[in-house]
Design a protein around this ligand. Structure first.
Ligand code: NDP
Length: 314
């Protein structure tokens, strides 16, 4: 029986499974939806929807026609998990996810712009001292990545009056946003932001990008807000930049190992805010709707939506 296999080696996808079954029964009659490790005959699997699917699983499915991330990022369905080259790999593009990301980034930017970090440190010392108040235009926010999420966040921050610049691989034009493109412009881009936000995908070109040299090129006293992937950041280099006083602080939402181990020094660093990969998530209805739509597109020979370019990894 034609099957969509939902799988994650790390997370419980039972609720999403129930929604997939319900929607498949309504929109794609004859399609069964199974939740790994409850495997059907491998030859029956037409599509895989995954979050960190087990390595090698997709390559073992001879009739696989579609592989989809259940999130915006695709790093976890590429690499050792990736399907054969001819199978399209798609991701979720969801306005609800972009709106949630903009809320999270706006909160983190305001945390520094309105000196809440300073107020918290003062509270620990029972110290009453009003921080200086600046206009939004006096705080410069830099966005690493001007894709679906970065460009939406840029517009939301501009609407709040912040000075905004962005860095991406190719050139972008967004009203009121100073845009930089390509590795040769990175140092110039890093000079200005008071708050730097990472919204890059994890690829061979971006892994480890936020290292010592990068952090030292940031404006002295700047803060980092990291919402990309843990593997972008070299944690020891960040701790050094914080402890040397070069950087003001960091809000970190993503980590190379999640959940972040209890022994990790980031948990207790006085100038680090740790959040549990909660910046934003795709809405379940968008995930299910887009993946079932793409399966029907594959079946009828139409182009899939939100396919990634596997040669660049996003
Ligand atoms: P997109 O693919 O739409 O955008 C990616 C952006 O990064 C593009 O602007 C792209 O440049 C740029 N980029 C990629 N590689 C490079 C490079 N080598 N140098 C410079 N710029 C580069 O992705 P989304 O905006 O949808 O998502 C971004 C990431 O956010 C996801 O991959 C995921 O890792 C993370 N994420 C985190 C969440 C969380 O809760 N913490 C939730 C959702 C996503 P160009 O425009 O030129 O192609």
């Amino acid at each position: 029986m034609p099957t969509l296999l939902l799988c994650s080696a790390t997370d419980d996808l039972s609720d999403l499974h129930t929604l997939f079954q319900h929607e498949a029964a309504r929109c794609v009659p004859g399609l069964q939806v199974r939740l790994w490790p409850d495997m059907p005959d491998p030859a029956d699997v037409e599509a895989v929807a995954g979050w960190y699917p087990p390595a090698g699983l997709m390559r073992s499915l001879p009739n696989l026609r579609l592989a989809s991330s259940i999130a915006a990022g695709v790093d976890h369905v590429l690499g050792p998990a990736q399907p054969r080259p001819e199978v399209p790999v798609c991701r979720i593009v969801d306005p609800g996810l972009a709106a949630g990301m903009a809320e999270y980034v706006l909160w983190a930017v305001l945390y520094y712009h309105r000196a809440l970090d300073q107020a918290q440190q003062q509270q620990a010392q029972r110290l009453w001292k009003m921080p200086a108040q600046k206009a939004a235009r006096q705080t410069h926010v830099g966005l690493l990545g001007l894709g679906v999420l970065g460009s939406h966040v840029a517009r939301v921050l501009r609407a709040q009056g912040f000075a905004v610049s962005g860095w991406s691989r190719s050139a972008h034009a967004i009203d009121g946003v100073t845009a930089y493109a390509g590795p040769q412009t990175l140092k110039a881009f890093l000079r200005e932001p008071d708050v730097l936000v990472c919204l890059l995908p994890l690829t061979d070109a971006t892994r480890g990008l936020l290292n010592r040299e990068f952090l030292q090129a940031m404006k002295p006293g700047a803060a980092l807000v990291h919402c990309g992937r843990g593997e972008h950041l070299v944690v020891e280099d960040l701790l050094q930049a914080l402890d040397q006083g070069h950087l003001r602080g960091a809000v970190l939402d993503v980590f190379a190992q999640e959940p972040l181990p209890a022994s990790n020094p980031l948990w207790t660093h006085p100038r680090v805010v740790v959040t549990p990969h909660m910046a934003s998530a795709a809405q379940p209805a968008a995930i299910v709707g887009q993946i079932l739509d793409n399966l029907q597109r594959v079946r009828s020979g139409r182009p899939v939506l939100n396919a990634v370019d596997r040669s660049v990894g996003y």
